[in-house]
Design a protein around this ligand. Structure first.
Ligand code: DLZ
Length: 197
């Protein structure tokens, strides 16, 4: 039996003019990597070009709200500058970010149309999980409402590693990769936000 869960009928929206960022945490990398790949796959399938996809990392999920907020601010500065403005590199620093793959440059570009925040929180023996999950959820909502840029909630809050693997399409049950849903949501919100402006 097919599940009634999920985002309903797929929307075929043209993402070809969109600029999308993915900001992801590096904790639980094996799961994260597949979620990011799934998100990228559906962005590309919707027509978003490779050069219009920026991938940026932060250490853990707790840093996702500030990462998303600063990356969006950087893209606004880039868009309004003559090309000599502050780059995302200057505004968002993280220890091992590979900016050569991020698509950020001094070339003025339009601000991001949507940003996907991806992290995987796995419950441990202490209250850490609850505090981080709550702070990140509220932080991401605040960023999207304060800035007006759609922030797609790609934070898995799972009780076990296995639950995370399942939701990244790496489990035994055949569950699909949730990152693909997040890519589609980013395109839908990016297109609709343009229409709603
Ligand atoms: C500290 C911590 C723990 C215990 N677990 C996770 C996790 O499961 N997933 C995740 O993304 N990050 C975790 N972190 C790191 C915090 O998010 C954060 O990076 C640090 O507390 C530094 O602010």
């Amino acid at each position: 039996m097919t599940s009634i869960k999920g985002p309903g009928a797929a929307q075929t929206l043209d993402g070809s003019g969109l600029r999308i960022a993915i900001v992801h945490a590096r904790w639980n990398t094996a799961i994260i990597d597949n979620l990011v790949a799934g998100a990228k796959k559906s962005l590309l399938a919707s027509g978003v070009t490779e050069e219009n996809i920026t991938v940026q990392t932060v250490p853990g999920s707790y840093e996702l709200p500030i990462g998303v907020q600063r990356l969006y601010a950087a893209s606004q500065v880039q868009a309004s500058s003559t090309g000599e403005g502050i780059s995302a590199t200057d505004l968002l620093s993280s220890s091992t970010t590979d900016l050569s793959k991020s698509g950020t440059s001094a070339t003025p570009k339009k601000p991001f149309d949507a940003i996907i925040a991806i992290g995987v929180l796995i419950k441990g023996a202490t209250m850490h999980f609850e505090y981080i999950a709550d702070a990140v959820s509220h932080g991401l909502m605040r960023v999207q409402l304060d800035t007006g840029v759609p922030v797609i909630f790609g934070l898995l809050t799972v009780l076990t590693e296995e639950q995370g693997l399942e939701r990244a399409g790496l489990g035994k049950s055949g569950m699909h990769n949730h990152g693909e849903d997040w890519g589609s949501a980013a395109v839908e919100l990016g297109v609709k936000r343009r229409d709603w402006s």
